[in-house]
Ligand binder design. Structure first.
Ligand code: COA
Length: 164
């Protein structure tokens, strides 16, 4: 039976921290779906379609990685696709409390014994978040190496367009 996993998030935009998790998880599973969430409670810089297009572009070197979108409960999406694992990246101990709550709530909702699998974020990226990158770029700061080059170009272009 093929081992399938989901890595879900907003990816507004995808960072090298996310990409590192995706690359490592793609080696652990036969198929990895990156699920981009259509999250009405966040005001994203990029539309859902733009976030997906960026994720697709920067993961095109990974043949077993697919990109999809979902809305609503993560567990419903997981149950529908019968993923065996949901991948989460842990950057710092501060992530742990939120993550354990989410994993335990989701475990109650999963119908096919899906496991949450935590990967420790590479220390090079443990301080990164998408918001922090956007804030630094918005003030003209340097973020080279913190997000894929293509994503970096897209953030700069989007911010320029928004400022016109
Ligand atoms: N490297 C870099 N940044 C990372 C990272 C990593 N390895 N892991 C997380 N982050 C950052 C993201 O960049 C993001 O930063 P931002 O807040 O500055 O934008 C932040 O962590 C949060 O990530 P995000 O993807 O926005 O959301 P989330 O991690 O909180 O959760 C879902 C995403 C989809 C799993 C969650 O929102 C969800 O399950 N939603 C569906 C609703 C649901 O089922 N709710 C009940 C849950 S029990």
């Amino acid at each position: 039976m093929a081992r399938t996993a989901l890595y879900a998030g907003s990816f507004d935009p995808i960072t090298n921290g996310h990409l590192n998790i995706i690359e490592r998880a793609s080696r652990m599973f036969d198929s990895l779906t990156v699920g981009v969430i259509d999250n009405a409670s966040k005001k994203p810089l990029f539309s859902l379609e733009e976030r997906c297009a960026i994720v697709r572009k920067v993961t095109e070197h990974l043949p077993n990685v697919k990109v999809d979108t979902f809305r609503g409960l993560l567990a419903d999406y997981v149950n529908e696709h019968e993923f065996q694992a949901v991948i989460r990246g842990l950057r710092a101990t501060s992530d742990f409390e939120y993550e354990i709550q989410m994993a335990q709530m989701n475990a109650r909702l999963y119908k096919h014994g899906t496991e949450t699998v935590f990967l420790m974020t590479d220390p090079r990226y443990s301080f990164i978040s998408s918001s922090l990158i956007k804030e630094v770029v918005s003030f003209g700061g340097e973020v080279t190496g913190l997000l894929p080059e293509y994503a970096d170009e897209c953030v700069r272009k989007k911010m320029n367009d928004n400022n016109r």
